[in-house]
Ligand binder design. Structure first.
Ligand code: GYE
Length: 305
């Protein structure tokens, strides 16, 4: 078992680790691909995996982490659904000598710190993802656009940062206007419903920026239901790189998706090995992302999920 010190908990070397993975929800292909990646890592990395699914509730995710603490797992990998509600659970794990690695989403950096309260954040640069989407639009619309923004889960780090990266870049261009920005909770159906409503108050829209592909697909459905041509009347840009999004690009309905990889299992395994080997883990283990457009979508669709 682990030792509590002033700093991060120490994890001893052993044959097998009991590893908690507290998934936030499973209502989209991204989450399902991530869970699969962790389950595969458990096999190749000799983990006894304790897996939970919070079904879209931060409160349930808190109790899932608490039950992992009670079961004395060796380590917890956690994608905090929102930036704040998971903080107390992260602190409790640390005080019980259980190291926590945040994966794919982070917590409020003003309150909790990598290297002190949790080991590290493993994930993408969400601000940069938003910037990349904005820069592509600026170049490909001649700097003229009327944009609807579909935000991810309110209070989640990717929603906060994908909005900031995008909005700050767009604000530098007088011809680019964000007509409306509203949360679709990273979900296809909510993305569709929010788009339906926003199309009525902003019929002059010609660009939709969605914080993930599921909401972008929902937006395509709403556009088509309103008699508009997705990809022609309204350009759609988004983030993730799911199979459906790459197919929509190939079909001409979507213009761009910035990659945000869900395949965290191998990175989690490698980072945990470094940690038990006594290495100091950098506060942010960065995942680098590509861009998918009509130029390369067909080439990558077979590796998509
Ligand atoms: O983009 C989205 C998922 O936290 C990076 O969460 C992740 C995001 C991903 O629901 O599709």
């Amino acid at each position: 078992s682990s030792m509590v010190s002033a700093g991060l908990p120490v994890l001893e070397q052993k044959e097998r680790y009991k590893v908690g993975f507290a998934q936030s929800e499973s209502n989209n292909p991204w989450r399902i691909a991530e869970t699969k990646s962790f389950k595969e890592a458990a096999l190749s990395c000799n983990w006894d995996l304790v897996y939970t699914d919070a079904a879209g509730s931060a409160a349930k995710q808190v109790s899932d982490v608490d039950s992992m603490i009670a079961q004395q797992v060796d380590v917890i990998f956690l994608p905090p659904r929102e930036e704040r509600p998971l903080l107390p659970a992260v602190m409790r794990a640390k005080s019980q000598g259980i190291p926590v690695f945040l994966v794919d989403r982070s917590v409020d950096a003003k309150v909790a710190q990598a290297g002190r309260d949790y080991v590290s954040f493993l994930g993408s640069n969400f601000i940069e993802q938003g910037q990349l989407a904005a820069q592509w639009l600026i170049e490909n619309t001649g700097g003229q656009a009327k944009i609807i923004e579909l935000e991810g889960t309110t209070g989640s780090s990717p929603a906060n940062d994908r909005r900031k990266g995008f909005d700050d870049e767009i604000a530098k261009h007088a011809g680019m206007t964000i007509l409306a920005s509203q949360s679709g909770d990273f979900a296809r159906d909510k993305g569709r419903k929010v788009t339906e409503t926003l199309l009525q108050s902003h019929p002059d829209v010609n660009v939709i920026y969605a914080h993930n592909d599921e909401m972008a697909i929902g937006a395509i459905q709403a556009l088509e239901a309103s008699g508009r041509k997705a990809g022609t009347d309204v350009l759609i840009v988004s983030i993730d790189g799911t199979r459906d999004a790459l197919q929509a690009i190939i079909d001409g309905k979507m213009a761009l998706t910035v990659e945000s990889s869900p395949f965290f299992g191998p990175l989690a395994c490698a980072t945990l090995k470094r940690y038990v080997g006594g290495e100091t883990i950098e506060p942010w283990v960065r995942v680098s992302d590509r861009i998918f457009t009509i130029d390369n979508a067909a080439k990558h669709i077979d590796e998509a999920y």
